[in-house]
Design a protein around this ligand. Structure first.
Ligand code: ZN
Length: 293
């Protein structure tokens, strides 16, 4: 890429994550040609614009919106009229019918079933997994300049397919939705608890940690979609203690710091230069940046 001499690497920021709205910004294309890819757009256009502005970015630089599934916390119908003119919405072909029926189909929607490429140098490989009736898509994103990002939310359970699809990514963003003890003790109705914990809903903290262990991300894990009622950041972090990767916990209230998808992690950038991952990680355990206590 023409930005290669500046050693630019793609980076990501979870603008917000939780049952009130999910949106992650991935910036590709280099500083001279920023291209923002949103993974899910479950916040209103107005709030998304404000959060991007806080990060020094413009909604006008959003080129692609990639949807994991159509639940309202992942795809806000306000985007059907709120997207910049050049942006394209990408959703799984299986979700098109529901989007059309419910007035959530943007007129520039590109359906996918197989891997696809984005302008700016990214290849996106989708995997359709169980979640409610229509399923949810986990993504493996490989960037031409450097780095691999795995993204999995609302995936129900850690299946071999999910693990295999994301194995060995540099950065893994994965849901850590609930603590089973808090879930059981909550005042939620039994049907909702069964839906969440029944294998087609959400991952528990332990399932998330187990999946992360098996996927083996090289650099960093970002925990997504923590339940406000049935989880706490310290409980979500517990299963990752001593793991050979950095940890960031997203929140509903504010964006995470930027996370480089490749290169030397921000927190480890001091010193004479990059060390091999294994040396660096072995020397620091646990390496966690828990963003709120
Ligand atoms: Zn969700």
């Amino acid at each position: 890429m023409d930005d290669a001499p500046t050693a630019w690497v793609p980076r990501m920021c979870v603008l917000a994550s939780g049952s009130a709205g999910n949106c992650t910004a991935v910036v590709i294309g280099g500083p001279s040609r920023p291209r923002i890819v949103l993974i899910d757009a479950g916040l209103s256009p107005r709030r998304t614009r404000a959060l991007l502005a806080k990060l020094g970015l413009s909604l006008e630089d959003v080129c692609e919106v990639i949807i994991t599934h159509l639940d309202h916390d992942h795809w806000n119908a306000g985007w059907c009229s709120g997207l910049p003119a050049r942006a394209t919405v990408r959703m799984h072909r299986r979700h098109l019918g529901r989007a059309a029926r419910e007035g959530m189909l943007h007129h520039r929607t590109e359906p996918f079933e197989e891997a696809f490429e984005l302008e700016g140098g990214a290849r996106i490989a989708p995997a359709l997994l169980d979640h409610d009736s229509l399923g949810v898509v986990a993504f493996r994103m490989e960037f031409e300049s450097a780095g691999t990002l795995g993204f999995a939310t609302d995936v129900g359970r850690p299946t071999p397919r999910l693990i295999g699809h994301l194995r060995g990514v540099d950065v893994l963003a994965i849901e850590s939705n609930y603590c089973p003890r808090l879930q059981a003790a909550s005042s939620r109705p039994a049907f909702l608890k069964a839906r969440i914990m029944g294998g087609a809903g959400h991952l528990s903290n332990a399932q998330c940690a187990e999946a992360a262990r098996e996927i083996g991300p090289a650099r960093h894990v970002v925990l997504l979609h923590l339940s406000r009622e049935c989880n706490r950041p310290d409980l979500a972090a517990e299963g990752h203690r001593g793991a050979p990767y950095g940890l960031t916990i997203s929140s509903q209230a504010e964006p995470t710091p930027w996370i480089d998808v490749a290169g030397v992690p921000r927190k480890r950038a001091e010193g004479p230069g990059p060390m091999p991952d294994k040396v660096r990680t072995a020397a620091r355990a646990p390496e966690q940046s828990v963003l709120f206590a």
